[in-house]
Structures are given as C-alpha cells and as structure tokens.
Design a protein around this ligand. Structure first.
Ligand SMILES: Nc1ncnc2c1ncn2[C@@H]1O[C@H](COP(=O)(O)OP(=O)(O)OP(=O)(O)O)[C@@H](O)[C@H]1O
Ligand SMILES: [Mg+2]
Length: 424
C-alpha cells in the first residue's frame, strides 16, 4: 500500500470512528463526546452545553450536580432523546442520538431509557391506577406477535411494584399516593420495558427529606438488584454524598468528579475515602477551580512546568530574574518541596510541554482524603480501585461534601468545588 493510500485509509477510519464514536468510550453505556447544545431565542444564543465529555459505564449509579443553569437538564433531555445536540456525539446503549431517525428514536425512548421527572404529577397518568400506569408502556411497546402477552405484562408489573416496595398500592390512583410513593411508582413505570439506562432529573426535588431518602433508596435498589445504569440530577447533598461517583457540571462542561470508595486501614477498619478529580477532556483541556485561579490571581496566561510526576501551573505575569528565568513564586501552603523544577530548567514557555496533562495548583500538594465522620485515616492514601485517573494528569484536591470531611480548614468541601456554584 502506498503512503498516499495509507493516509486515505487512515482518514477514512478516523472519519468512521468519529461517526460511530468507536475509539472513544469503549464499551461505556453513555458516551458524550464534545457535546454542544446551543439555544437561540430572539437573536440571543445560549451555549447550554459547551463541549461536554462524559463516560458512564454499564451498571454505574452516578449523581450529576451543578449550579442552576449549568446545563444539567439540557444534558438529560438530550440523553432522553427528547432533543438533539447542536454538535458533538452522544451515544447511549449503542444508539447514536445525533443521527437516529424518527423510528429509531421511538424505539430508543421506549426500550433503551427510562425517565423520571422532578414534577411528581408529570410521571403518572392521573386517571389510571398504579398498576395500569406501569403496564401501559409495555402495551405501547409490545409487538403484537413477539411482545409480552397480558399475563407476562401483569407478572412484570407485580415484580416491579414489589421491588419498589409498593405492591399494596397497585390499585390506587396517583392522587391517593404521597409524593414519595408517586415517585416510586414513576420509577416502576420508567423500568417497565427493562431499559439499560434510567435517567432522573431532580426526582426528589419536590419531596421532604424522609420521602427523598425513600426514593433515593429505590434508585439504589434498582441499580443493585437489576443492574440498571442510573444517572440522577440532584441538588440534595445526601444523595450526591451517598453514591460512588458524583459528577459536577459547570458552564456546560464536566468540571470535577468525586469518586468514593471503601478502603481498609492497617487495623482492617473500613473507611470511606472520597477523592475529587478535575476532569481532563480529550483535547487535554481542564477547568481550574475558580478558587484556585483567584487565590493565585491566574489570568489569561500561565506557565506550565513538567515535573517528574506532575505539572505545575504558575502565574504567567511574574517578573523574571536577571537571567531571564521565571522565579518560582509559590503561595504559602501550596508548595511541595522539590516542586520548583529540575535544575537547569528555565520555566520559560518554550521549555514547557504543550498542554495535555495539567495538574492544577492543588495537585502539588499531597492528596487529601475525606472520610466519613469518626472514621480513621488509613496511611498511605492509596488510589481507590477503579478511580478515574489519567496517569499523571489528574488533580486530587480531595475536599468533598461528605459530612465531616477532613479537607483543609477554610476550604469549600463540595463536589462542585465553587462556593458560588454550590447545588441548591
Ligand atoms: N429551551 C431553551 N431555550 C433557551 N435557553 C434554554 C432552554 N433550555 C435551557 N436553556 C438555557 O440553557 C442553560 C442551561 O439550562 P438547564 O435547564 O440545562 O440548567 P440546569 O443545570 O438544569 O439548571 P437548574 O438546576 O435550575 O434546573 C440556561 O442558561 C438556560 O436558560
Ligand atoms: Mg434543571
């Protein structure tokens, strides 16, 4: 094969990969690649999603948090197949949400995903009983010849109501149920056709704390018992703090992720360890937490230095010394010994690796870990299994919203990381 032919073949393969999303996301059940959604109303453009990357593996239970207007509902509406992206790729359970035709879209919405809305009254038909509400999606989706018959549908309905702890409510109408009971019935409706993915947009937003806990427990049961992948938008810290993975969206992009795991210390005692990661997109970009950029007055240009095991970021507008070498100026408290670069390194922009794996200022500190109240620190601070971490590329800032988390005093401790952008 000639060089020219090989290049063409490579280009074709690259184009096919872009089209199908192959090569990115692997076997993830939800793949968002550079997802963009722009709304235009009366000549004003709002970029609700600005190149969002997100991968969710099959069987995960993930919380999505972020300030009001950050793009959470826009993302869920796209994933639900109710809207289409302006650019980028979204793939769920093998369906390409950008290119699917009307027929596939209907099949997708009936079979691949289930959705629970915040508004309790929006999830159930008021004139049907709970049992009829759960059976309806199966009747609508059923192929007359091959689909489940009447008794199979009745069996599935009974199974789901049992799983969600509301079998005795089967013959009631929605108006005869509490908000929490209605949301549990709504989960049963969303699961009727055995979707791979269950999406919920603030499903506990209209409920009191006790009912919220019950509904969240129902999502957890569904995830654990039948393995459905669950993605929940929530403002409730008790929900965001109880899942293994909490993803925070900021200005239409995934900004940070908190991953929780259980580790054992030397005495064999279990401790919940949370780590907060800044996410690095496929192009090598990351969003520095605002409190970091503000603390060091980072603006417009910064200097990067590649160290053996991390990358340092310094203000770009510091004076140079007599030999033209950037002085390693370090705010008190953030400097790890040895972080000033190898001898002979100039620190000038020309000596710096191009962006691609950047560690935010917090990354020069030892990772801090957050534990559940009263739980001991395990020595060593080992990486949690399955942590989402590109080698040398992630910044562990550690402070999380876990109650009693042991972050550095005075630092905000939430998945969103930004005090001004905390979930409500
Ligand atoms: N249909 C629309 N037309 C125009 N702008 C829209 C539309 N839907 C959302 N937006 C805008 O897109 C941005 C993201 O909105 P979105 O509803 O996704 O936020 P959110 O994170 O769900 O917020 P909240 O926590 O308040 O529900 C906002 O600036 C919003 O005003
Ligand atoms: Mg919303």
């Amino acid at each position: 094969m000639s060089r020219r032919q090989r290049t063409l073949a490579e280009l074709e393969q690259h184009a096919a990969e872009l089209r199908t999303g192959a090569g990115f996301g692997g076997d993830a059940v939800i793949v968002c690649d550079q997802l963009v959604r722009i709304f235009s109303t009366e000549g004003v453009e709002v970029q609700a999603l600005q190149g969002l990357d997100l991968l969710i593996q099959r069987g995960e239970l993930t919380a999505l948090v972020g300030a009001s207007g950050s793009g959470k509902s826009t993302l869920l509406t796209l994933l639900a197949g109710l809207d289409t992206p302006s650019a980028g790729t979204a793939r769920v359970d093998g369906y390409d949400l950008q290119t699917m035709d009307a027929k596939s879209r209907l099949r997708y919405r009936r079979h691949a995903i289930g959705f629970v809305w915040q508004q309790v009254g929006r999830n159930l038909l008021p004139y049907l009983t709970v049992r009829q509400n759960v059976t309806l999606p199966m009747r609508l989706a059923a192929d007359r010849r091959t689909g489940p018959g009447r008794s199979a549908r009745a069996g599935r309905t009974a199974e789901l109501l049992e799983l969600l702890g509301i079998p005795e409510l089967a013959d009631r109408h929605p108006v005869q149920l509490s908000g929490g009971q209605q949301q549990r019935a709504a989960i049963a409706v969303a699961l009727a056709n055995s979707p791979s993915v269950l999406l919920a947009d603030e499903p506990t937003g209209e409920l009191d704390t006790a009912s919220s806990a019950e509904v969240f427990a129902a999502f957890r049961t569904v995830n654990e018992e039948i393995g459905t992948t669950v993605l929940i938008v929530t403002h409730a810290p008790e929900v965001a703090g109880a899942v293994r993975r909490t993803v925070a969206i900021r200005d239409g992009r995934i900004a940070t992720e908190v991953v929780r795991s259980t580790e054992r210390d030397e005495q064999g005692r279990e401790a919940t360890v949370s780590r907060e990661y800044t996410t690095l997109d496929r192009a090598g970009r990351l969003q520095l937490p605002r409190r970091y950029t503000q603390a060091l007055a980072l603006r417009r240009r910064v200097l990067l230095e590649l160290e053996p095991d991390h990358i340092a970021i310094r203000p770009g507008d510091r004076p140079l010394d007599g030999e033209g070498t950037e002085r390693a100026l370090r705010p008190s408290g953030t400097g790890a010994p040895g972080g000033t670069g190898s001898p002979g390194e100039t620190g000038s922009p020309g000596a710096v690796e191009p962006p691609g794996a950047i560690e935010s200022p917090g990354g020069t500190e030892s990772p801090r870990e957050a534990r559940s109240p009263g739980e001991p620190e395990s020595p060593g601070g080992t990486e949690p299994p399955g942590a989402i971490r590109s080698p040398g590329a992630t910044a562990s800032s550690g402070a999380t919203g876990t109650p009693g988390a042991t972050g550095t005093p005075g630092e905000p401790m939430s998945p969103g990381d930004e005090p001004e952008e905390q979930p409500r």
